[in-house]
Each structure stands twice: as C-alpha cells, then as structure tokens.
Design a protein around this ligand. Structure first.
Ligand code: UD1
Length: 391
C-alpha cells in the first residue's frame, strides 16, 4: 500500500510530522517490511508552496521530518498559479506511480490542489483536520476546506463541531474518525525540547511580561492604512510591554514600505518552531490572526486575542483561552484593557487534544487498508442518498 503525504506550507509541517513518526513506529512494531501487503509505505511530497528556509527547511530539521521524497517546487505566485503548478506536477507523479491513499492536512492551497488531482486519478483521500468551517467565503482557506471535503473519502477530525458540520453536510459517520489534533501531538511531544530564542536576552525580556504577535491574513495586512492603525493601536494598548513580532513574508512585503516603528515593538524574522513555542509559553498573551496558534495557546493556557471576526476552531473560544476581537483597529483597545486588568478567562483543553491523534489516525488507516483492500463502500453514496431523501 502506497500512501502519499502532502505538505506545502508552514502550518502543514507540524501536522504531518507525528503522522510520519507514527507510521514508522507502527511498521517497526508490527515487524513488517516493504514486501508485506500491510506495510504502510509512504511518499512524502513537498509542494514547495513555502520554500524559504525559515518557513520550511528549519521545521523539517527541528521536527525530525525526513527529507521529502519529491519536491514539486511550486513556488510563489497567485493562488491559481500555485494551484495549477501543484496539480500538473502532482499529476505527473501519480502517472509515474499511482498511490492508494493521499493524506492531506489543513486548509492551504496545496491541500486543495493535491486533493483534486488525487481524486481525478482515482486515489482515495484522507483529510486530516477535515470538517472545520469558518463560514467565511472571503477566506481562501474556507474555499480550500470545502473543496477538499467535498471529495474526501476519510475525515480525521479535531472536534465534535467538525463531526457535526460533516454530518449536516450528509457525510456518513463511518467515514468520520474523531481522532484529535495532530498539531497538539507535535506541541506536547516537543515541550521538553523548546529553545529560548536569542531575542529574549537581546531585548531583556522577562517571562510572563511580553506579548507575541503574528499577522498575515489578507483582511489585516493587505490594506496599508488599516495595518498601520492596527499595529499603532496594539503598540499603545499594551501599556509599554514589549511585543515580539515575527514577520511573515507576506506581511514583510507590505511593512517594508510602511516603516512603522514603536519603542516596544520588536520585529524578527519568522522563528523556528521550538523557539516560537518557547516564546508563546513564556508570554503574557498572544495577538494573532492565525488559526493554528489559537489551538496552541489553548493547550498552553496562554490568553489569545484573535484579530478575526470568525473562527473555524470555535472550541478555542468556547473552551480555550481565545477570544475573537474582530479586525477593526479600534476594537483591540478595550480587549487589551481587559487583559491588562487581569480579567482574561481561563480555559480547558478540548477532548482528545491529548497527544495521541496520530496514533489514532495510523491505526484507522491500518484497519482501512488491511490486506491491500479498502474496507468499504463507494464514496458519495451517502451524499446521493441524502439528495434522494430530500427530493
Ligand atoms: C499560507 C496559507 C495560510 C497559512 C499561511 C501560513 C493558503 C491559501 N494560505 O498563506 O492558510 O496560514 O500560509 O504561513 O495556502 N513567501 C515567501 N517565502 C516563502 C513562502 C511565501 O517569500 O517561503 C511569500 C510568497 O511569495 C507570497 C507570500 O509570501 O508573496 C504569501 O505566501 P503564500 O504561500 O502565497 O500564502 P500565505 O500568505 O503564506
């Protein structure tokens, strides 16, 4: 059985790392070798969507991910250009040797592009983190999620909300595997390896007394005036505390022209995983427009202010330490006041965010592919049945 594992952009790498480690462990434990039909052989395919060392290579090293078997080198460009390059190049890979299952993770361009190609080539799809929805069609990630999930065969979900979303879209429960969160597997397994980044001592930071900020969503960074006003309000609202701001390449292009400077605002290059989590863990709070970071702050019990109007990860708000502040620059001021006055909520950790998601995923795949055959049904029978029932 040949399994393709797709990774393309920074937030994918921490999601695939524990799955790969678990596949290797499972094969070893079962004493299987490549000649055995139950051996889980995988091909790691990097689409090249993120290619800078600090957005990609450093994560492979720190997380012990093996060198990709193939790199599609899709590089920069518009999302359609990236999609086109990834699809045509992955198609060639599948023509050369077809796999039995394609595992995609998350919601980035690479996730959607490889799913469509795999499906058209008759390869089954497993979507790790399937079923989450922001209901915000202005986000490319939401389009990627819906497109991917509409052709996914097996869903590995992170939450009950995701399970419900899929059920309401007509997906039969046999195709939904509530496994937990692979990003949290990576977080928990690296807690004893975290590294203090140089900026902490260089800037004389004190534990629990500084902020970490990340911004990269088009809604926040693409409009210069708004971005400036957002950053100005944040820098003033934290009452003199220092803010570490590792700048995403997309944001850097815009910031370079704006030249915003505040005494307490410290810009850095994108950080490595171990350094970034170290900073979050020792921060007073995080200000972000990322989705994944809200999951990490929830588990680390660090207050998180999300500069978005919606989230596909509602459990980080209903159970975790996250609050949606919105994207209006003036909305950040009262939220920071609340935080600075010590009135931030505490949270709990969502079900199955326990470090064992990858184990559950690999067990399920093993069962599904046992003896070289997929266990069940044609996909979409459930969708078709629903359609008939309604009409
Ligand atoms: C992508 C994902 C987003 C994810 C984010 C994390 C999509 C639609 N979006 O957004 O969900 O949260 O990654 O980082 O897939 N660039 C570099 N070096 C790199 C990578 C990118 O300079 O290594 C530049 C590109 O040239 C481009 C910009 O950064 O101009 C944005 O990169 P891109 O991959 O298109 O999307 P992100 O905004 O990073």
């Amino acid at each position: 059985m040949l399994i393709d594992i797709i990774a393309g952009a920074r937030p994918n790498f921490m999601k695939i790392a524990p799955i790969i480690h678990e596949i290797e462990r499972e094969n070893k434990e079962a004493g299987l070798d490549i000649s055995d039909k139950n051996y889980l052989q995988y091909r790691l395919i990097h689409t090249g969507q993120h290619y800078d060392r600090n957005m990609s290579g450093a994560f492979f090293e720190q997380l012990g991910i093996p060198e990709p078997d193939l790199n599609l080198e899709s590089g920069s460009g518009s999302q359609s250009e990236q999609t086109g390059r990834i699809m045509t190049r992955y198609e060639k890979v599948l023509i050369d040797r077809k796999s039995d299952l394609c595992i995609v993770v998350g919601d980035v361009t690479s996730t959607m592009a490889c799913s469509i190609t795999a499906k058209k080539m008759g390869v089954k799809i497993a979507h790790v983190e399937g079923g989450i929805r922001s209901r915000d069609w202005t986000m490319p990630e939401e389009i990627n999620r819906i497109a991917t999930d509409s052709i996914t065969d097996f869903f590995f979900t992170t939450s009950e909300v995701a399970n419900k979303n899929l059920a309401s879209e007509g997906v039969k429960k046999e195709r939904i595997f509530f496994v937990g969160n692979t990003m949290i597997d990576t977080l928990l397994s690296n807690l004893d390896k975290l590294k203090k980044p140089g900026v902490f001592d260089e800037k004389s930071l004190k534990k629990g007394d500084f902020f970490v900020m990340t911004l990269h969503r088009p809604a926040n960074v693409d409009e210069e005036k708004k971005l400036k006003s957002l950053i100005d309000n944040i820098a003033k609202g934290v009452e003199g505390k220092k803010i570490i701001f590792p700048v995403h390449p997309r944001t850097k292009k815009i910031l370079d022209d704006l030249g915003i400077s505040h005494e307490n605002l410290i810009y850095t290059e994108p950080l490595g995983y171990l350094e970034f989590i170290w900073l979050i863990k020792h921060s007073k709070a995080v200000i972000t427009d990322s989705g994944g970071i809200t999951e990490e702050t929830t588990v680390l019990e660090i207050p998180c202010l999300t500069l978005r109007d919606n989230t596909e990860r509602p459990e980080t708000v209903t159970q975790g330490t996250n609050e949606l502040i919105g994207t209006a620059p003036e909305a950040i001021v009262p939220a920071l006041k609340k935080l600075m006055s010590g009135n931030w909520k505490s949270g709990t950790v969502p079900e199955k965010w326990d470090g064992k998601a990858s184990k559950r995923i690999v067990q399920s795949i093993y069962e599904l592919l046992k003896d070289g055959q997929f266990k069940f049904y044609e996909p979409y029978v459930d969708h078709i049945l629903m359609f008939k029932a309604e009409n």
